[in-house]
Design a protein around this ligand. Structure first.
Ligand code: TA6
Length: 308
């Protein structure tokens, strides 16, 4: 059976390859496993809460309507917690939509949203109403890739603005042996140094805590995780101009109770495609779509100088 609903999660398996599968927890519509021929491509903490008590530490948590936490008191997302409420709400499983590619869908609207958190999202006009929204999340499983696509709709009477981000935790074997391509010459905000600068590394590497938001990366640029000259994962973005690259390293992972094992920082790397350096504004009856296509292997593509 290609698509199995297990109540709290949905498991999708390729008809012609039972070792390639994706598992999605309905809580947060969080992809918690993507196996390619039995090899797990995502990292999930051994202490991750999968019972809905807090956002999953790992897999592909979904960030909406705010990335991080704004300091702008007048902003309608000011009262929301870091990364919003999509990742800590239980989504509706809408079923399989297509067979080729094998695609399933999840939906979230005010009816399903975590009420304690959703109510903190104020309307742009300052009225008592919270913004009305509909999220349709599609996950496609193919031979050597997954595609995650989000549609954000505004069924309401007022415009609202939002960020979107796929907070993807990739599994890597020893992050110290890994580089990421095609971020050279991109503008980035260093969350640790609290400053903007131009990325100068031909291939970004990891030897300490790393938390950078890359802004408006040319859409043709493919972000690649490369180990010893071999491409592990490729992240192709569609309508997602920004990417956050994050590794908590020793101290930060040590401070997170749900980050286990503590050496796990060596086995993970977040490459997070999104629209986070400014807000998308959605007028009534408009729809916005963003997606990432993550595929394995292939050649190293050095695109740094082509698009700068
Ligand atoms: O995506 C990077 C980041 O914003 C980091 O600054 C770190 O806070 C990470 O997200 C995890 O956030 P969380 O709320 O899941 O602990």
């Amino acid at each position: 059976m290609a698509v199995e609903d297990h109540g709290d999660k949905v498991i999708v398996t390729l008809d012609n390859d039972s070792t390639t599968s994706v598992t999605v927890l309905k809580y947060g519509a969080t992809v918690i496993s993507w196996k390619h021929k039995g090899n797990e491509q995502l990292w999930v903490s051994e202490a991750a809460k999968l019972d809905g008590s807090k956002p999953v530490r790992g897999g592909i948590p979904l960030v909406f309507p705010n990335f991080g936490k704004t300091k702008e008191e007048s902003h309608e997302t000011f009262a929301l917690p870091q990364h919003g409420f999509a990742r800590n709400s239980t989504w509706d499983f809408l079923g399989q939509t297509t067979a080729s590619p094998l695609t399933i869908q999840f939906g979230l609207s005010p009816e399903q949203a975590n009420p304690e958190v959703y109510k903190l999202w104020k309307s742009k006009s300052g009225g008592d109403e919270n913004p009305d929204f509909t999220l349709i999340y599609s996950i496609s499983l193919l031979e050597d890739r997954i595609i995650t696509k989000i549609e954000v709709e505004n069924p309401g009477k007022e415009a609202f603005e939002f960020n979107w981000l796929f907070h993807t935790y990739f599994r890597v074997s020893d992050v110290e042996d890994v580089v990421v391509t095609n971020l050279t010459n991109e503008q980035c905000y260093d969350q640790l140094l609290k400053t903007w600068y131009t990325e100068k590394s031909p291939m970004v590497n990891f030897t300490e805590e790393f938390d950078r938001i890359y802004k408006n990366i040319h859409p043709e640029k493919l972000l690649q995780i490369v180990k010893f000259g071999k491409v592990q994962q490729n992240i192709q973005r569609h309508n997602l101009p920004d990417a956050v690259v994050w590794n908590p390293w020793i101290e930060k992972s040590g401070s997170m109770a749900d980050f286990e094992p503590k050496k796990g920082y060596l086995d993970m790397l977040c490459i997070e495609a999104g629209h986070v350096t400014d807000y998308v504004t959605l007028k009534p009856s408009e729809t916005w779509t963003g997606s990432q296509e993550v595929f394995l292997g292939g050649e190293i593509k050095v695109q740094s100088d082509i698009y700068s």
